[in-house]
Design a protein. Sequence first.
Length: 221
Amino acid sequence: MGNPVPHDAPVLVIGLGRFGAATAGQLQRQGREVLVVDTDERLVQKWADRVTHAVQADARNIDALRQIGAQEFSVAVVAVGTSLEASVLVTANLADLKIPQIWAKAMSATHGKILARIGAHHVIYPEAEAGERTAHLLTGRMLDFIQFDDDFVLAKLYPPKSIRGVPLKDSGVRTKYRVTVVGVKSPGRPFTYATADTVISNHDLIIVSGASDDVEKFSSL
């Protein structure tokens, strides 16, 4: 087994569409070294002053990747747009260069399976995940929603009336609704961890965890 990749390792981002640009920008704000690569000279020039390095190159060509030193990176993100062929070629090239961590954007489940089979270690479905999140936000009182593996979710919402004004241990939130109140935000104050003695007021926001269906039902009370 290889050595673990340092949490602050430089990142190679290929493709400067909306997803790639957002990824590169956030990494730079976190203080990470970032090399962005795109075939579009205009996009490369735009990002030259925003990240550590920006290079115009065709990542579908493995020799072009070698020339820019892609093989020296431990982490790479394939953020190529809607071209499945380009996405597959770039991912295959990075796998051939033995990049330890390859994150690749997929447009469909089939696309994702192909990327995983040719060497992507992590496959991301940004459009599908955004659509699912929006659907959840539209169905109840939730203000934010994050879903993890095994149907576990975290949601930010206004508290149902049934749990307001009494300590959480007396509200029956776990036994009745099978969810856990993780945190509470009162107006003008930061989020704090909830305890059994926490009392939720009419003006609070809460962070709740649990199974997706249980959190949906709880948010609709």
